[in-house]
Design a binder for this molecule. Structure first.
Ligand SMILES: [Zn+2]
Length: 383
């Protein structure tokens, strides 16, 4: 029997706001300015779920660090890849729910904080980014800035963004690691499961969610998980390989990072002069160890995030208990006022393009994205 513990934060009293947290907004921004100045363009940014909340993608830990949904039960890696009839049932269930849960993530737009982080990268203030988010919103924000640069001033490669826990935008097969775009796979799922596709289109149109049974199964008239058809890898099939399991390119609970991603993340930390941590509880070890490694090697760590974090008692970590986007905006307003050049113009042009969507807390309210759909996203968040 495999035992997997879902990372969570130990209970503890909430600490009173520290000196950094009590700074008025302009001084908080000035503190960030001094910090980035000391980094001399070698600051590494690490982000988490808190950064995507304003895009309507709900963080699953509340302000007290515990799961917002007490019935939260993520699917585990070993269940998803089990090569048995039981595993097949897990995959049907997973892909059926994910089929309904994916469109809002696919269509989500970067919020102001994503834009500000992309601005730090574009301006060379913090060129490298590691994110725990799998929602593809940091790359989307980066390409907004790239496309507002005049073609002759665009850098040859997109900025460096390491998606520590993968991305929902791609899937791959477990046998040969053939990569496929999630959109193509989504279309394949739609074609094979017309009843579910009808429901997906209907709820996109009306914002209503399908009824949910107490055990969390989606209740669709005429459809159940066992009838959901999950295609095997298309490329394997073309090569005559019969059953190859397809998995989203995200790290599941109980799954380890690939050696490449792990090594890249550790070397980004070693080559950085200091670390700026934004919007995360660092509850997952893969992210926490990066901050720990930095702090232990004497690098300065500034954390701007709301709510308790696993790094709160770590020596060498300065924490500002604030919404990261607010501090970044005040700081960037000053930067674009006092600097010039094509990158500054490009940043100015997109600074107000972030889109804020409030996730619905109450059934029947909010912009068309409802809790069961978000649950499909939450399965992936912040390992
Ligand atoms: Zn394949």
């Amino acid at each position: 029997m495999v035992r997997i513990s879902i990372p969570t934060l130990p209970p503890g009293p909430l600490l009173p706001p520290n000196e950094l947290t009590r700074l008025p907004p302009t001084l908080a921004a000035a503190h960030l300015a001094d910090f980035l100045e000391r980094g001399r363009g070698r600051t590494l940014v690490i982000t988490g779920a808190g950064v995507s909340v304003d895009s309507g993608i709900r963080a699953y830990r509340g302000k007290d660090g515990h799961y917002a949904n007490p019935n939260y039960k993520p699917i585990l890696y070993h269940e998803l890849v089990e090569d048995t009839p039981r595993g097949e049932l897990f995959r049907k269930r997973y892909w059926a729910r994910s089929f309904l849960g994916y469109p809002p993530v696919r269509d989500a737009r970067p919020n102001p904080t994503h834009i500000y982080v992309a601005a730090l990268q574009a301006l060379g203030l913090a060129p490298n980014l590691i994110t725990q988010n799998v929602d593809n919103l940091h790359p989307k924000a980066a390409s907004l800035i790239l496309s507002s640069l005049p073609p002759q001033t665009r850098p040859p490669a997109p900025p460096s963004i390491l998606e520590l826990h993968g991305t929902l935008a791609k899937v791959h097969c477990l046998k040969h690691h053939h990569a496929q775009s999630r959109d193509d796979f989504q279309a394949e799922l739609a074609g094979l499961n017309p009843i579910w596709d009808g429901e997906a289109k209907e709820s996109e149109r009306t914002g209503r969610r399908p009824r949910t049974n107490p055990d969390g199964d989606v209740d669709l008239p005429g459809a159940d998980f066992t009838s959901f058809v999950v295609p095997t890898c298309r490329i394997c099939a073309e090569e005559g390989i019969k059953s190859s399991i397809v998995k989203p390119n995200v790290v599941f609970f109980g799954e380890t990072l690939t050696p490449h991603v792990r090594d890249t993340s550790l070397s980004l930390v070693s080559s950085a002069s200091q670390i700026l941590v934004l919007g995360t509880s660092l509850a997952t070890y893969s992210a926490f160890r990066l901050v720990k490694q930095a702090a232990e090697s004497g690098k300065e760590v500034l954390m701007i995030s709301l709510g308790p974090s696993r790094a709160d008692k770590l020596a060498g970590v300065d924490k500002m208990e604030r919404k990261a986007g607010d501090v970044l905006r005040t700081y960037l307003d000053e930067v674009v006022k006092t600097n010039s050049g094509p990158e500054v113009d490009a940043v100015k042009a997109v600074l107000d393009q972030g889109v804020v969507i409030t996730p619905p807390d109450v059934e029947g309210h909010g912009g068309g994205v409802t809790s069961e759909k978000w649950e499909a996203v939450e399965w992936f968040r912040e390992r």
